[in-house]
Design a protein around this ligand. Sequence first.
Ligand code: ADP
Ligand code: ASP
Ligand code: MG
Length: 410
Amino acid sequence: MARIVKKFGGTSVGDVDRIRNVANRVARAVKEGHEVVVVVSAMSGVTNQLVAYCRDAAPLHDAREYDAVVAAGEQITSGLLAICLQELGVPARSFLGWQVPIKTNSVHGSARIEDIPTEKLEACLKEGRVAVIAGFQGIGDDGRITTLGRGGSDTSAVAVAAAIKAERCDIYTDVDGVYTTDPRIVPRARKLDKISYEEMLEMASVGAKVLQTRSVALAMKHGVRTQVLSSFEDKPGTLIVGEDEIVEQEVISGIAYSRGEAKVTVVGLNDRPGQVSHLFGPLADANINVDMIVQSASDNGEATDVTFTIPEDDLLRAVKILKEHKDQLLYQDIQYNGEVTKVSVVGVGMRSHAGVARKMFDTLAEKGINIQVISTSEIKVSVIIDSEYTELAVRALHTAYGLDAPAASA
Ligand code: ADP
Ligand code: ASP
Ligand code: MG
């Protein structure tokens, strides 16, 4: 008998029939004698709809109320799954974030989990009942409902698995594992049997939305045995493991992209000490995560241009903040573009192989794709390009790094 956390994503709970399918899977695990805690997402499309309602109500809205709205999707699926389990004769009950409680900080819209007291979950399991937890939500230290950022149910699941010391965390989704890149845009992507925590963390952080970045960071920190697998087919998925468990290491293990980026250029910023600090301080205070930063050489020592990238969702807020600080900041103009994509190649093999970045630049040049910003870390190279070329860039890079699956023989 094992203690297992199973998480089901939006497509897997997309309608009541699919929720029944999930209930059957959970029932099977219970019959095998396992203790099961389930974490569910909202039905596919529901969170997007709720986000759109908030934007429609006011483009710049109160983040606490945003959380009250967008947390609603998971409430529905947790209750429906508990009902479907009961129909199968499996005792079950739903838990909203605050009922567990999943305690978070109060950074609304992207809260971090701080603590999960386990008494209630333990009592539920002891009674022989399945606990069905609404993912994505928590309760902030301000006493209000919080959400964990898009894709946050993955993090709910791994955090619960760590808290209740589960043997495994199974993340069921609409693909059957982690691939060398998004299989929806590169049909020749290859499924990986295993991927290291480090690489999965980097892949997720640069846009591979199959797992939320924080879920991978938590799995790595607490050594939670995590696997990604299909909720529709019974076949092995991808196991996230320590680097030492990977026998044959490729130089590049994957390519990721993120369309949700925006590029901002502050033109003619006064080139004197303190200006960059004045520029990024207010953005940090507003919890806007700045990713890439480029400062150009200054024009005869007087003015410089600073370009940076932020999540597209924060663009309006960032521009508003920069305009509010114009007096202190001394710049000529702000230019911005929300139609950019970050494309990244990731692999721990980069530590010991030269020429990875060059191959990326050569490949994009051959396709006539202009690189707008570049950044590198120990195990990744990222570039910002025009969103229009996303698919072309990802496919070309996938082939260039030899990642394409062998063509299926007829
Ligand atoms: P869920 O609703 O189950 O959480 P998501 O849509 O958040 O599902 O994540 C699964 C999706 O992630 C897949 O449908 C796929 O398009 C996308 N994806 C992006 N990169 C990868 C990758 N490297 N491997 C597998 N899936 C990926
Ligand atoms: N429903 C939330 C979202 O769409 C959380 C999740 O599915 O993980 O982002
Ligand atoms: Mg997801």
